[in-house]
Write a protein that binds this ligand. Structure first.
Ligand SMILES: [Zn+2]
Length: 442
C-alpha cells in the first residue's frame, strides 16, 4: 500500500499558491460560468474531461439525450431549459479483483443573484485571508467554490497524487463530473441510464460499484442520507370583479390563506418525530412557499393565485405517498370552505423532484471515509443526514450504490454572495479521498 500523504499538520503553507495542484485546477474551473442550461455548463464538463485525460484516465464524453431521458417516468426533473448537456466519465482501470469506487460531483452552479452583494465578479475567483490573526486561514472566493467545484478539485488532487505515487487500485475508480444537479439531477440520471451502461457495464452484473463519494460541502462531516424535496405549485381560483364591489367577487388571495395555514399544520405534523439522523435540524422537513403571483390590476378582485413551493420528503418516505399527504391536506382545507369546496385548489408537481436517500451507516464507504478522516485529523467526523436533496438519492435509489457526501466547505455559504471554501479543508479532503481509495482498493 502506498501512503502518499504523511500525517503531519494538514496545513499547507499558502506562500506559493502557484504550486498548489488543487488551486491550479480550482481557479480556472471557477472562472467558467457553468450556470445550469448555459454553454458554460458544457464548458466546465469539457474542462473536467481534459483534467481527467491529463492524469491518464480513460475518458468518455457523450451528448446526453435530454428529450429521451426526460420522458422516463423516473426522470428526476429539470428546472432550466437545456438544448445541450455533456456527460463525462473517467475510468481508472484497476486490477479487477474488487468492485469499483465512484467519485461523483456536479460542475453546474446556481446564478450569482444580486451582483452588488458580491465584492468582486463571482466568476473571477481569488484567494483571501478570512482571519487577519491567522494568515493561514485562507479561502477561495467565487461562485461554485464551496458548491462544489472545490470538492471536485480536491478529488482530482487525490487521484493525481495516487498516480504519482505509483498506486494501482485493485478495482476501478470512476470519476463522474455531472451537470444539472442544482435543478433536479439530469447529469447523474444520465450517468446511470446512459454513461455507465454504455461505457462501463452492467452494475448488477459484470461492473458492480461498491460505493460512491460525492464531495459536496459538508464541512468534513459524513452525510450518509438526504431528506428529499419536491417542487410544487398550487392554483387557487376566485371570481374577479371591480374592487368597489368586492363583496360580489371572491379574492383568490384571501382563499389562499386557509391553504397556507393547512400547509403550516402539515409541516408541524411531519416534523414531530424525525429520524435521529435529522436531530440537529430545527425543521427536518421544511415546507416553504417561495413564490406567490396573483392579480394584474390594483382595483380588481383577483381571480387566480399561483403559489410555488418546496416540500421536504422524510427519510424512508416514498415520493408518491409524500405527494398524496400534501394533496390530502390541501383537499381537506378546501372541504371546510364553501367556495373552495366548489372550486378546489389544484396541486401540480413540477421541476426538481428529489426523493430522499439513505446509505447504511455500517456500509464500507462510511467506515472507510471515517477511518481515513480519523487518520488525517485524529478525530471522528460528525455523521448526520442533510435536509436537502442531492444526487445521492439517485445513486442509492436508482443504482443501489451506497453513497455518502463528504467534502470541503460550509453548505451555509453555498448559493450565497461571496461564496467561499477553506483551502485547509480542500487539502484535508484530498487526503481523505486518497485514504478512502487506499483503504478500499489498496
Ligand atoms: Zn451541490
Amino acid at each position: 500500500m502506498v501512503a502518499p500523504f504523511n500525517s503531519e499538520s494538514t496545513r499547507i503553507s499558502m506562500q506559493d499558491p502557484k504550486h498548489d495542484q488543487t488551486l491550479n485546477t480550482l481557479l480556472p474551473l471557477l472562472a467558467i460560468p457553468s450556470l445550469g442550461g448555459t454553454p458554460g455548463e458544457v464548458g466546465a464538463q469539457e474542462f473536467m474531461a481534459q483534467q481527467l485525460e491529463d492524469i491518464d484516465l480513460e475518458v468518455h464524453r457523450w451528448e446526453i439525450n435530454i428529450d429521451q431521458l426526460s420522458r422516463q417516468s423516473d426522470f428526476p426533473g429539470m428546472e432550466v431549459p437545456r438544448t445541450r448537456a455533456l456527460g463525462v466519465l473517467g475510468i481508472w482501470r484497476g486490477r479487477g479483483d474488487l468492485p469499483a469506487l465512484m467519485i461523483n460531483g456536479h460542475t453546474d452552479v446556481v446564478p450569482p443573484g444580486d451582483l452588488d452583494s458580491w465584492d468582486r465578479d463571482p466568476f473571477d475567483p481569488y484567494l483571501a485571508t478570512r482571519d487577519p490573526a491567522d494568515p493561514e486561514d485562507q479561502v477561495v472566493i467565487g461562485r461554485g467554490s464551496c458548491d462544489m467545484k472545490g470538492g471536485l478539485a480536491s478529488a482530482l488532487t487525490a487521484l493525481r497524487t495516487l498516480k504519482a505515487g505509483g498506486f494501482t487500485p485493485r478495482g476501478d475508480i470512476l470519476f463522474a463530473p455531472v451537470v444539472g444537479e442544482e435543478d433536479g439531477g439530469l447529469g447523474t440520471y444520465a450517468l446511470i441510464r446512459e454513461g455507465l451502461p454504455t461505457f462501463y457495464g452492467d452494475l448488477n452484473g459484470d461492473a458492480p460499484i461498491a460505493g460512491a463519494i460525492i464531495p459536496e460541502p459538508t464541512s468534513l462531516a459524513i452525510i450518509p442520507a438526504n431528506a428529499g424535496a419536491l417542487t410544487f405549485r398550487v392554483l387557487v381560483r376566485g371570481a374577479a370583479t371591480h374592487a368597489s364591489r368586492r363583496s360580489e367577487g371572491i379574492s383568490a388571495i384571501e382563499k389562499f390563506f386557509p391553504i397556507l395555514n393547512s400547509l403550516r399544520e402539515l409541516e408541524t405534523q411531519r416534523n414531530e418525530n424525525p429520524d435521529p439522523l435529522m436531530a440537529r435540524w430545527d425543521i427536518a422537513y421544511p415546507l416553504s412557499i417561495g413564490t406567490v403571483h396573483s392579480g394584474d390590476w390594483a382595483s380588481t378582485v383577483p381571480d387566480l393565485l399561483i403559489a410555488e413551493g418546496r416540500y421536504g420528503v422524510a427519510l424512508g418516505e416514498d415520493v408518491l405517498s409524500a405527494k398524496v399527504t400534501l394533496e390530502t391536506a390541501v383537499a381537506s382545507a378546501c372541504n371546510s370552505d364553501p367556495w373552495l369546496r366548489e372550486h378546489p385548489v389544484e396541486v401540480q408537481w413540477w421541476g426538481g423532484q428529489f426523493a430522499s436517500g439513505r446509505t447504511d451507516p455500517n456500509a464500507d464507504i462510511v467506515r472507510n471515509v471515517r477511518a481515513a478522516h480519523n487518520f488525517v485529523l485524529g478525530h471522528e467526523p460528525d455523521t448526520y443526514a442533510a435536509p436537502y436533496g442531492s444526487d445521492l438519492r439517485l445513486l442509492t435509489g436508482l443504482a443501489s450504490i451506497p453513497t455518502i457526501q463528504y467534502g470541503p466547505g460550509d453548505a451555509g455559504v453555498a448559493h450565497a454572495p461571496n461564496e467561499f471554501v477553506s483551502i485547509e479543508q480542500l487539502h484535508v479532503t484530498s487526503r481523505v479521498i486518497a485514504g478512502l481509495i487506499e483503504r478500499t482498493l489498496g
